[in-house]
Design a protein. Structure first.
Length: 127
C-alpha cells in the first residue's frame, strides 16, 4: 500500500496556525510522491532538509522565518511518523542530527570566527 505523505500529514495540521500550515503543505506538495508507510519519515526528513537549505539561503525576514519554521515542523513530523509507523526514530536522529546532515548544513552556512573557548576564571591561590 502506498499513499501520499501529505495524506498522512493533513490530519496533524488541523490545529497548526494557518500561515504555518500553508507553508508546510506547500513544502510537502513540491516534492510529494507515493511512498510506502515506512518511507514517510525519510520522505518528510528529505523535505525538511530541502526547506532548511532554502530557508538558510533566503534573506532574513518573514519569508525566510516561515520557511525555517516549516522545515522545523516537518522534521518534527518526520520523527512522529517514525514512532507511529514503527520505523527506527533513533536511526533517523543519528542520520540527521548535529553530527549528521543537519550539522553539515549548519556548519556550511556558519559565518564569522569560531566561538572563543570559555574562559575559566582563576581564583587566587588556586594554581
Amino acid at each position: 500500500m502506498t499513499y501520499s505523505a501529505a495524506e498522512w500529514l493533513e490530519p496533524r495540521l488541523v490545529e497548526v496556525p494557518p500561515a504555518l500550515a500553508a507553508a508546510i503543505r506547500e513544502c510537502v506538495a513540491r516534492m510529494d510522491r507515493p511512498v510506502e508507510p515506512e518511507g514517510v519519515p525519510d520522505f518528510l526528513a528529505e523535505v525538511a532538509l530541502q526547506e532548511l537549505d532554502a530557508g538558510l539561503g533566503e534573506p532574513q525576514g518573514r519569508t525566510g522565518a516561515i520557511r525555517l519554521l516549516a522545515a522545523d515542523a516537518i522534521l518534527t513530523y518526520a520523527f512522529e511518523a517514525a514512532t507511529t509507523l514503527g520505523t527506527d526514530a533513533r536511526a533517523l536522529a543519528d542520520r540527521l542530527g548535529l553530527k549528521g546532515e543537519i550539522g553539515e548544513r549548519l556548519r556550511a552556512v556558519r559565518t564569522g570566527p569560531e566561538p572563543a573557548s570559555p574562559v575559566t576564571p582563576s581564583l587566587p591561590g588556586a594554581e
